[in-house]
Design a protein around this ligand. Sequence first.
Ligand code: FAD
Length: 304
Amino acid sequence: MRIGIVGGGAAGVMAAYRLCQAGHQAVVFEAEPELGGQAGTFPIAGTRLERFYHHFFHSDRVAFALLEELGLNDRLLWAPDRSAYFWGGRVYPFVTPMDLLRFRPLSWPSRLIFGLQTAYLLFAARWRPLERITAHEWLLKWGTHEVYDRVWGALLRSKFGGYADRVSMAWLWGKLNARRGKSLRGRKEALAYLDGSFQTLFDALAERITALGGEIHLSAPAQQVLVKDGAAQGLRVSEGGRTVDYPFDAVILTVASPIALRLAPDLPEDYAALLRNQPYEGTMTLVLALDRSLIPCYWLSSLV
Ligand SMILES: Cc1cc2nc3c(=O)[nH]c(=O)nc-3n(C[C@H](O)[C@H](O)[C@H](O)COP(=O)(O)OP(=O)(O)OC[C@H]3O[C@@H](n4cnc5c(N)ncnc54)[C@H](O)[C@@H]3O)c2cc1C
């Protein structure tokens, strides 16, 4: 089949790679001049860096299998997880159980409750039942307002803003367990980064896709999914100052839901409603190029 893919982020590029391996011809259309999407990079100080900070956890086993397949395993740079909290003008390292004992933002009873909650989520809880409850509800049911307001709630609010109370407890379980993971080949380090940035991965995938007969069109925003008899038949794309209609047997959209709705206004109403009801929260990152470390850790979460 000839398949049109809208979006050259991780999902679009991976879909194209696997489809080409399966004998299909995949054509990726990316609106930006480069692949990568949210994991895309920009040039800085003689190298490239992600627009949004990215790393791998031990638990990213599918990604590690892919890196092995692409011969990029030796480009992985492993580092210890050096997380810390910022509270009351001080940085509190937070990696080991000892750090919990020294964690002054919480009273002694709350430190114990926080430790028990974390241990339960790491070693005993299963994620599936947690899908039915929000993190806000679960953490208050099995904890105290002090622990929630000082730590969990502050973390959820910093990530999800006004949606913090609606986040599933399964998401929080996933976050904690991603950090734990099982050691990969006995390594103690918790986080991995790719030498040369995530661009290394996107370049390797692009090379494989084109070698397998696929195509990648950059600076080529899709305008519309062409539909006939209720089925996608092609894509209308703006490319090189022209509007081009490409025929396809199937179309895959990997764009954010509001864009998908705009590109495919003829979607069945029940599916369109699902997309319409997904709220999106924007995010911005500030990148500073410095000649020394600004903070004594990799990841600093503010509890204020
Ligand atoms: C701050 C931040 C940190 C993150 N850190 C991590 C991390 O450490 N580890 C991790 O696993 N994940 C991380 N993520 C999540 C990860 O970046 C995303 O899950 C992943 O990149 C999403 O890929 P995607 O292909 O689904 O979507 P996107 O990357 O959003 O790709 C969609 C693509 O579609 C393109 N597009 C939009 N409209 C059109 C159009 N009309 N025509 C053609 N192209 C179009 C866009 O330009 C974009 O390139 C992070 C995300 C953020 C925001």
